[in-house]
Design a protein around this ligand. Structure first.
Ligand SMILES: [Zn+2]
Length: 309
């Protein structure tokens, strides 16, 4: 296990701490394999460690494996001395960090930084299927289509028809005092929204939405109340303010940090904001280890990322 006496608690510490490749490898290995390294190929636990190359040699299948195999770090030419500070930065940035900023901070190209960001976001993806309950606010929003941030060519291409087609619909749900979920949805029609709500929210919960007609009918499974702005004073609990705060934070990040987000990648930015929001009570080290604990079993190749897979 990592030596708890000298764990980093800020970015500068983390950079210094993980600049030692043995420390970095040991740290990731301890998080990934709390009971000792396991061969990713045959799950063998009997192995020898090749100190100079920082790889394990499995005694069962005779293959060698590094701590990066089978994780978001696999096949990356960048060392953990770059990856771990990158994870630290992204896990602890409320509004996100651009690939330009990250590239400069780490001394890697913007292109490499962009790829790193997306791989780290993959680790940040919510993996729980636990339903929300109690009082749940449900709200939809539209994201994208910021013409002022586009090149002239992109602007001509996108702002041709209705203008709405380059906007993405996003559905969000938040349990008061609990977690938020947010996902890109193909539209905001009744069938689309209600099936997502029924999957994500325990029957019998109180559900608060705006007056969008797509939500009508939720009262068969929920104590559904509609926010009526004219009659807000009637019941102070019926509002979607927490969800609106989340949207504001999301949009602040998208507009301020990221010059333009293609709709294709929007869900990854959502994953990042949902992650930092849901772990808002933890400290920086806690968020950092939460991401690192989720790097295994996930891979994102360049063709997958660019949609050519
Ligand atoms: Zn093996």
């Amino acid at each position: 296990m990592p030596d708890t006496a000298r764990l980093p608690n800020n970015l500068v510490d983390a950079i210094r701490h993980f600049s030692d490749p043995d420390v970095a490898t040991g740290f990731v290995a301890a998080l990934r394999w709390p009971d000792g390294p396991v061969c990713p190929r045959c799950e063998g636990t009997d192995h020898s460690y090749l100190t100079t190359r920082r790889v394990w040699k499995c005694k069962a299948c005779k293959k060698q494996f590094s701590v990066k195999v089978g994780t978001i770090f696999e096949d990356s030419p960048l060392g953990l001395d770059k990856w771990l500070p990158a994870v630290w930065l992204i896990a602890n940035s409320k509004n996100g960090i651009s690939s330009h900023e990250l590239g400069r901070a780490l001394g890697v190209t913007q292109k490499s930084a962009w790829f790193m960001l997306h791989r780290i976001r993959l680790a940040m993806q919510t993996r729980t299927f636990e339903q929300l309950g109690g009082e749940v606010e449900v709200d939809e929003t539209f994201i994208g289509g910021k013409a002022r941030n586009m090149s002239a060519r992109a602007r001509r291409r996108k702002i041709s028809g209705t203008g709405a087609k380059d906007k993405s619909a996003v559905l969000g749900m938040i349990e008061r005092g609990g977690e938020v979920r947010a996902e890109v949805v193909p539209n905001v029609r009744r069938g689309t929204l209600q099936s997502r709500v029924r999957e994500s929210v325990e029957p019998g919960s109180a559900v608060y939405t705006d007056a969008l007609r797509s939500y009508s009918g939720l009262d068969t499974d929920y104590a559904h109340k509609v926010v009526d702005h004219a009659e807000r004073y009637v019941d102070g609990r019926v509002h979607t303010n927490y969800m609106e705060n989340f949207w504001a934070q999301l949009k602040r990040g998208l507009n301020g940090t990221y010059i333009s987000v293609q709709p294709f990648h929007l869900f990854r930015y959502l994953d990042e904001r949902v992650f930092t929001f849901n772990l808002r009570e933890r400290d920086d080290y806690g968020r950092f280890t939460a991401v690192l604990g989720a790097v295994a079993g996930r891979r994102l190749t360049h063709p997958q990322l660019t949609g050519r897979a």
